[in-house]
Design a binder for this molecule. Structure first.
Ligand SMILES: [Zn+2]
Length: 224
């Protein structure tokens, strides 16, 4: 999927060095038109932002659940990466190396069990997951392909389960959700945070796949 990403959905933000939880999705984009579409569809207003992750616009929306349309298996992808002072020293899909080119496709030696991979990463001996979901907005299919990235093992596990069920191609409807969850620290204090989840809608046990395998299908969609 070599398409340019119109904007990124983000599950929180940082103020200075401090993480600041948000109860609704935040979207960053370099594109004024994409920012306007997001604000119209999901609430909030575009603000010019020069200090965030990327220069451009930021919209703190009013929605914790967003209707999305995935396009087949390529929409959900997890890579594992280990960065050190030397740079990217391990880049794989948990089975084979993805880079550098000379190593691509060779067995990478990561453990087969996710829990084991997670333990190795915690000990600084293995790579961490980066899961990327690409989607169109259910309410504005023509507004381009948006993305969401997560570094969480839980999200990677859930994404892998969804991925194997997705058809090779063709549009599938789902939702990107920020679900409130309580976390109890060692001190016993409860912290409320919002966990990002990808849900793929099912009706009568069927995947919600549009009848015709055209991912960009949408009434009035320009032929991009
Ligand atoms: Zn590996």
């Amino acid at each position: 999927m070599g398409e340019r990403v119109a904007g990124w959905f983000r599950a929180g933000r940082r103020i200075g060095n401090r993480p600041d939880g948000l109860t609704s999705w935040r979207v960053t984009t370099p594109d004024a038109a994409a920012a306007a579409t997001v604000a119209e569809l999901l609430g909030g207003r575009p603000v010019l932002n020069r200090e965030g992750e990327e220069e451009g616009f930021e919209v703190v929306t009013q929605e914790a659940a967003v209707a999305v349309q995935l396009c087949g298996r390529g929409s959900v992808r997890t890579e594992l990466m280990q960065w050190t002072a030397k740079g990217l020293v391990h880049h794989c899909d948990a089975t084979e190396y993805l880079s550098p080119d000379g190593e691509r496709g060779r067995p990478c030696g990561c453990p087969r069990l996710p829990d084991e991979r997670r333990r190795r990463a915690r000990e600084g001996r293995g790579p961490l997951p980066v899961t990327r979901v690409l989607f169109r907005l259910g309410g504005a299919l023509s507004a381009g392909v948006f993305g969401f990235r997560s570094g969480s093992w839980e999200f990677a596990g859930a994404a892998a389960a969804i991925r194997v069920e997705l058809p090779e191609g063709g549009p599938v409807n789902g939702r990107l959700v920020l679900r409130p969850q309580e976390w109890r620290g060692a001190e016993g204090g409860a912290v409320l945070f919002h966990r990002p989840l990808l849900e793929v809608r099912q009706s009568d046990g069927e995947w919600s796949v549009s009848a015709h395998g055209r991912c960009r299908a949408g009434a009035g969609d320009p032929a991009v």
